[in-house]
Design a binder for this molecule. Structure first.
Ligand SMILES: [Zn+2]
Length: 400
């Protein structure tokens, strides 16, 4: 394959996590053992420096009917409210007839906050079920993949376009970027939020590597992509969401970068982030992390402790599959989302348990949803008081 951004064929292997199942399809009992496995490898482009997967699971498989609901997690909903307020305050306060398009709008959580500020809103969401939930909640949502064809159907421009946690998913990368330029008013602002690869490497948050994340951006690499489509980033900052995400502000070509964006670019260069050597060092540290985590889990089991997984985020499956940890070590994955009742984790086949239906307590909660550390510790103070240990395999430097 060639680079997803610049089409170069100069790609080197950076991180190899073996063969893994598609991590977002939790299995019914009759599907156990039938799930396909695909290579999960990050390669590094020698020309534009983009880190990316060298294998694509088709988007129709991955995003046709996912069951992730943004509204379920309170800290995310608060983040979405803050985003809406920030965008309105900085760019559109006082403007009449203002509008916003949300790409990958999920259950409409983000757009509800814009509606509250008086925006005309439109969502585009690929999952049928999730789009139905949004429409039923009064958030107009097109059930489609966002691309040139979808944009032709929408046929109007927006003051603001938001893409939160979707940009690394894009199989149709150039069609999407092109459509964003078309859909953005001349003085409009495109807000792109994405996991920051610099934070992933620094935190050892390798579980953010999974088949749905085709690209792992730094500022240098996302700017290379935007520039190909006559778009310019003019400001950015690091937010704590998901253990370190960039909030990037983008408009049409010609805008001048803010001082803080310039400073972040300089820091990336000084840290050598955009080099193959940095990714190879990351890969070696992940191998050590695997040994340490498997040792901890096995020692806990030998001591007679019962271990439950806390949360069943899709990224947890990268970790469980790479560590090779199954139900003989972690009895169940405890989860709020009732759509996952009775299902099993792909690859390792750990059963899901619904939090409100638990009858037993574990000795150890192995926290797969580590990016909500603050919220989890606050919500579970009484369990911690009763002696339940919460073990965080990843401890983000930028805490969520
Ligand atoms: Zn490239």
């Amino acid at each position: 394959m060639n680079c997803r951004i610049c089409d170069s064929n100069s790609l080197d292997l950076a991180v190899d996590l073996g063969h893994q199942p598609w991590c977002n399809h939790f299995l019914r009992q009759d599907e156990l053992g039938k799930e396909p496995f695909y290579p999960l490898r990050v390669v590094f482009c020698g020309r534009c420096h983009a880190a990316q997967l060298d294998f694509t699971v088709k988007k129709e498989i991955m995003f046709g009917d996912h069951t992730y609901l943004s509204g379920v997690t309170r800290s995310l909903s608060e983040h979405f409210r803050n985003v809406a307020i920030e965008i309105d305050t900085r760019f559109f306060r006082g403007r009449t007839g203002k509008s916003v398009l949300d790409i990958g709008s999920n259950d409409g959580t983000q757009l509800k906050h814009f509606q509250a500020l008086g925006y005309d809103v439109l969502g585009v969401e690929s999952s049928r079920t999730t789009a139905q939930i949004a429409n039923a909640a009064g958030v107009p949502t097109v059930n489609a993949f966002f691309n040139r064809e979808t944009m032709r159907g929408i046929g109007r421009q927006f003051d603001a376009i938001n893409a939160s946690g979707v940009f690394f998913h894009l199989e149709e990368l150039h069609s999407v970027c092109d459509s964003i330029r078309t859909a953005l008013k001349e003085d409009g602002v495109f807000i792109v939020q994405f996991l920051y690869m610099k934070s992933i490497v620094e935190n050892l948050a390798f579980d953010q590597i999974y088949h749905e994340h085709l690209l792992y951006y730094t500022l240098e690499t996302i700017e290379a992509l935007l520039n190909l489509h006559a778009l310019t980033m003019f400001d950015a900052y690091l937010a704590p969401i998901h253990g370190g995400s960039i909030m990037g502000f983008v408009t049409h070509r010609g805008a001048r970068p803010s001082a803080r964006l310039d400073a972040m670019r300089a820091q990336e260069a000084a840290d050598g982030c955009n080099t193959l050597a940095a990714y190879q060092a990351f890969a070696r540290r992940i191998e050590i992390m695997k040994i340490e985590n498997v040792d901890f889990l096995n020692a806990s089991r030998r001591a007679g402790k019962r271990i439950f997984g806390f949360g069943a985020p899709v990224k947890g499956n990268t970790m469980l599959n790479y560590f090779g940890v199954g139900p003989s070590v972690i009895e169940c994955l405890v989860e709020k989302n009732e759509l996952r009742r009775g299902l099993y984790s792909p690859g390792m086949h750990i059963p899901i348990a619904i939090e409100s239906e638990l009858t037993d307590l574990p000795d150890v909660y192995y926290v797969l949803a580590w990016n909500f550390k603050k919220e989890i510790i606050a919500n579970n103070a009484s369990l911690i008081d009763r002696g339940v240990q919460f073990y965080f395999p990843v401890n983000p430097a930028v805490s969520a």
